[in-house]
Design a protein around this ligand. Structure first.
Ligand SMILES: Nc1nc2c(ncn2[C@@H]2O[C@H](COP(=O)(O)OP(=O)(O)O)[C@@H](O)[C@H]2O)c(=O)[nH]1
Ligand SMILES: [Mg+2]
Length: 1011
């Protein structure tokens, strides 16, 4: 705006005798003196200009009541300012003021004074004369002390002092008896004066980020406090008097050194939100249970080894974080917290509830705890010993000798078919309980290997038997497959030194490679040498398995014992439910939770996710597996290269125990991914493991192929056969399939997928028009199979697309993860090791992969922005809740991916979580209010990355004016408001407000769905 235009405005205002003039944001550097004509002015806004000084003449505007000078370059004020004695509001925030004139003390009618975001290093004592001040903003200055005269501001209600350098408070502060709000965040306070007790009207006290090592007992007198922020201090204990703060609703005590809480803490019965994360708490007082209004409780990163049962009384809890503690069990009373919505348990050495329950989520945990509470608890002493090793090594002999030490060698021991399970019981040392071991004796046949995934269970003891007379070719295969599938269950190597033939095993190396390997033991099963030692070791390791002897609801133990004693192979679901009922269960969901648990333990088979199989509970898993193996071992099926039909099955499963259950058993084979039905020939099935090893003849067009390779550190058997079963409907003509490969036809394109077991590789090449889409389908399917192994290590190799590699069938390959890493460090080109040309990294990835495998490599994936990030001040929680209610249908129906800080998983480092969420925000919704604008956390941590991403990456910013605020002076002004700024939400009511929310949500939805 030119000077001339400015003068015109002033003249016009003079003619109009205006009382209010807004000259904010006009860009002038000096104030035209003509302004003094406006003697009627009561309100003058000069904010957001370039004023470096204020002409003294301004004092002629003697009627001024409100003067805004914020966001200018003022480095001092003229002493004459003291003559503006009618001023009620003086706004000087965000200038360069390093001191104030003494005359400021004459502004005795001032009610509101903004001095925040300046360079003030001290205040003149005269400030004490402003006895009508109600609100004083001083945050973000350089104040290292306050004058004692501050105590004279007896009408002060709000005092904002955060981010200065106070190391102590003057005792006179105690005279501010009308203070309701006091913010002393981020100072260097090492103690509070006891006089603070006199601020009895305080409702909010901020002391975040100071050096407080203790609180004065007098703090207990601040009985009107509702919000108390004490996080990031050095508090090692709290005075008992804290219990007197009975109106406290929000209490932040995170990141201190508290090692215990006084029993009086229990008197804070109005607390709703309590943050105690990152302290040294080793226990909670039982009185904690009195905090019955608590909704949110953070106890993460402490030393808690147990919780008081009284925690069950906190029935209003919605969020409970217990992450990173030393809890080995949860009190059953947790089951009473029926309003819980999040429960953080990460990083605890929990044994009870058992991990099989924990992984099912907090509902299952609560159910389990509730049952413990209703039923009392009992313990199960039962575990699996799984014996593996090559055929003929002595597994069956060992199993039988363990069971009965008088067992003698059989010259013609039948080769085990499938799996045999035998039982061995012994008495536990120091109590009279009997321990039951189920010994699983595996047949070593290669054909069974593809089924290991289902039977090599976690929480078992493994014994690998090796015949020292033979070069045991499968030795490492067994070590690897047990390592891969057993969830770190302990493994013993048992060398069977037949005819006293010795063989050295490099234990140290094995130990380095296989973390679950415990010991090597030697025996000679012909002479029983070493056998007693083996029995002792087995007893030792098996009784120390983590799940052994943990407390279970009594009904669980009873039902388990009943099922154990049941000689039937399988029972119907109804029969199972009845057995549960008979032993004290009442709820259907509890009964199903138990069978699910037993399934996870490998004790029973109950597939609850299969509408058909759910109707049968298989009590003896080997009944199922034997039936399956009978098909795979059947000479006719073998001769027909894996093809069979219902007639074959009728023959194979002719025995009574199978005859009635053929449909279930067939379904089981499908469930195990061991066979599929040929789509065009209903009733004809293929078991791909038995397919011909010979690759059939077919043509392949080698030009313009997409290629992908998977290279495994250790390759378990059966990945490809599982893949064939999954993809069988796309097999070309249903004929191009063999034991180690398959040709798929889909989308008018062709793919060849071949397993090279000896090279530990699967190779994929795709030709045709829509080859990329087909490759994505294949990649996704393989990754699903890979992910079913918790610890599978492999690389995905992407071919080079440089000119010479493009035409080659042996291009250079890049590790996909290296490509992602390269992008992450902003290295966009990489060198081909064939042609030594530089190649574009993003294109290498884009050529073969869609970014749909986020879950596989979360760290190295480029970030996809797909979230709606909601930023709000916690003081506006009420508004935030309203927004969430209105958004709920969109979240549910349109899969809107919402992120707000209530989403922080308890136990996470919340600052990191927010950063991560910001990084994947697509839309940012800001709930703008004075609280929002004043929030340091938001302005320092949330807004800058969002605004930056808005600029650089097109993140959409939508903001909602909750109430009138100074948003105009902030960067938010530039962005689109999702609601008219002249009628903030708090100015409209009822139906109108609901309508506004609906409009807002529609805008959020649109922005989120935009591609
Ligand atoms: N001489 C001798 N024979 C053994 C020994 N251990 C097992 N055998 C025999 O070796 C054969 C294979 O044993 P078995 O336990 O069936 O091996 P599995 O296939 O691993 O179950 C049987 O005939 C056993 O009697 C041993 O220590 N010395
Ligand atoms: Mg055997």
């Amino acid at each position: 705006m030119t000077n001339e235009e400015l003068l015109q405005i002033i003249e016009q205002a003079a003619r109009d005798k205006v009382t209010t003039l807004d000259l904010s944001g006009k860009g002038f550097t000096t104030l035209p003196l003509e302004i003094v004509q406006l003697t009627n002015l009561q309100t003058l806004n000069l904010g957001s200009n370039q004023l470096s000084s204020l002409p003294p003449e301004i004092v002629q505007l003697t009627n001024l009541q409100t003067l805004h000078l914020n966001l200018n370059q003022l480095s001092s004020l003229p002493p004459e300012i003291g003559q503006l004695t009618n001023l009620q509001t003086l706004d000087l925030y965000n200038n360069q003021l390093s001191s104030l004139p003494l005359e400021i003390g004459q502004l005795t009618n001032l009610q509101t004074l903004h001095l925040n975001l300046n360079q003030l290093s001290s205040l003149p004592p005269e400030i004490g004369q402003l006895t009508n001040l109600q609100t004083l903003h001083l945050y973000n200055n350089q104040l290292s002390s306050l004058p004692p005269e501050i105590g004279q501001l007896t009408n002060l209600q709000y005092l904002y002092l955060s981010s200065n350098q106070l190391s102590s408070l003057p005792p006179e502060i105690a005279q501010l008896t009308n203070l309701q709000y006091l913010n002393l965040d981020s100072h260097q306070l090492s103690s509070l004066p006891p006089e603070i007790a006199q601020l009895t009207n305080l409702q909010t006290l901020h002391l975040y980020n100071n050096q407080l090592s203790s609180l004065p007992p007098e703090i207990g007198q601040l009985t009107n406090l509702q919000y108390l922020y004490l996080n990031r201090n050095q508090l090692s204990s709290l005075p008992p008097e804290i219990g007197q703060l009975t109106n406290l609703q929000y209490l932040y005590l995170g990141s201190n050194q508290l090692s215990s809480l006084p029993p009086e803490f229990g008197q804070l019965t109005n607390l709703q939100y309590l943050y105690l994360g990152s302290n040294q708490l080793s226990s909670l007082p039982p009185e904690f249970g009195q905090l019955t209004n608590l909704q949110t409780l953070y106890l993460g990163s402490n030393q808690l080894s147990s919780l008081p049962p009284e925690i069950g009384q906190l029935t209003n809890l919605q969020t409970l974080d217990l992450g990173s503690n030393q809890l080995s069990s949860l009190p059953p009373e947790i089951g009473q917290l029926t309003n819980l919505q999040t429960l953080g348990l990460k990083d605890n050495p929990l044994k009870s509830p058992p991990p099989e329950i924990i992984t099912k989520g907090f509902k299952a945990i609560l159910d389990f705890c509730r049952q413990q509470l209703e039923q009392e608890t009992d313990r199960l002493y039962e575990a699996k010993l799984i014996i593996v090793g090559e055929g003929g090594a002595g597994k069956t002999t060992l199993a039988k000798k363990i069971q009965d030490n008088k067992y003698t060698l059989q010259q013609d021991e039948n080769t085990t078919e499938g799996i045999d399970v035998i039982q061995w019981k012994f008495l536990l040392d120091n109590n009279n309980k009997e321990f039951q071991v189920n010994i699983w004796d595996f047949g070593g046949q290669e054909i069974y290997h593809a089924t290991h995934q289902f039977f090599l269970t976690k929480r078992s003891l493994y014994a690998l038997v090796a015949d020292t007379r033979k070069e045991d070719t499968d030795f490492y295969y067994w070590l690897n497959v047990v390592e891969l599938l057993s969830g770190n269950s302990p493994l013993l190597i048992i060398k069977n030194e037949k005819q006293e033939r010795k063989r050295e095993i490099n234990e140290r190396e094995l130990r380095r490679e296989f973390t679950n390997f415990k010991e090597t033991l030697t025996t000679n099963l012909a002479t029983d040498r070493g056998l007693p030692e083996i029995l002792n070791k087995i007893k030792h390791y098996i009784t120390n398995l983590p799940h052994v002897g943990i407390e279970l609801p009594k009904t669980w133990v009873k039902v388990r014992e009943a099922l154990e004693g049941d000689s039937r192979e399988y029972i119907s679901l109804e029969e199972y439910l009845n057995i549960c009922q008979k032993h004290g269960f009442t709820k259907q969901e509890d009964k199903l939770q138990l069978s699910d648990y037993l399934h996870d333990l490998g004790v029973c088979l109950h597939f609850q996710d299969d509408d058909f199989l759910i109707k049968t509970v298989i009590l003896k898993p080997t009944w199922g597996t034997d039936a399956v193996y009978k098909v795979l071992d059947n000479p006719q099926v073998i001769e027909k290269l894996g093809q069979f039909d219902r007639n074959d099955l009728a023959n194979i499963w002719h025995e009574d125990k199978y005859a009635d259950m053929r449909p279930e058993l067939l379904r089981l084979m499908m469930k195990f991914k061991l066979s599929y039905e040929i789509p065009s020939r209903p009733g004809i099935y293929i078991a791909p493991q038995l397919l011909s090893v010979n690759q059939p003849d077919f043509n392949w067009d080698e030009s313009n192929n997409l290629i992908l390779r998977y290279k495994y550190d250790f390759m378990p058997k059966g990945i490809l056969t599982r893949f064939i079963v999954e993809m069988h409907s796309d097999i070309e003509q249903q004929t191009l399939v063999w034991k180690t490969g398959v040709v798929l036809a889909k989308y008018g394109s062709r793919a060849e997928v071949i397993e090279h077991y000896n090279q530990r590789e699967i190779q994929v090449r795709v030709a045709g028009k829509r080859k990329k889409e087909l490759l994505v389908v294949i990649n996704n399917e393989l990754e699903k199979i890979h992910n079913s192994y918790e610890r599978l290590q492999y690389q995905t190799l992407v071919p080079c697309n440089c000119k010479s590699c493009n035409d080659s069938q042996s291009p250079h390959f890049y590790n996909r993860d290296v490509l992602y890493k390269s992008l992450e460090v902003l290295n966009y080109q990489i060198q081909c090791q064939n042609s030594f040309r530089m190649v574009d990294v993003q294109r290498l990835i884009d050529d073969v992969l869609l970014t749909s495998q986020k879950s596989q490599t979360p760290m190295s994936q480029p970030i996809t922005r797909d979230q709606v990030f909601i930023s709000y001040s916690h003081k506006d929680k009420k508004w935030f809740n309203d927004l969430k209610i209105h958004l709920e249908p969109l979240i549910r129906e349109k899969n809107l991916n919402l992120w707000d800080d209530t989403q922080i998983k308890p136990g996470d480092v919340w600052e990191d979580e927010i950063q991560a969420a910001l990084a994947s925000a697509k839309v940012a919704v800001l709930l703008v209010s004075p609280n929002f604008l004043a929030s340091k956390f938001i302005s320092q941590n949330e807004l800058p990355p969002l605004l930056e991403a808005a600029k650089a990456e097109g993140v959409k910013i939508l903001w909602i004016p909750l109430c009138a605020s100074n948003y105009k002076v902030t960067a938010i002004e530039k962005y689109q408001a999702a609601h008219p700024t002249d009628s903030p939400l708090n100015t409209i009511r009822g139906g109108k407000r609901d309508k506004a929310w609906v409009d807002i949500c529609e805008q959020i939805n649109k922005a989120a769905l935009l591609r």
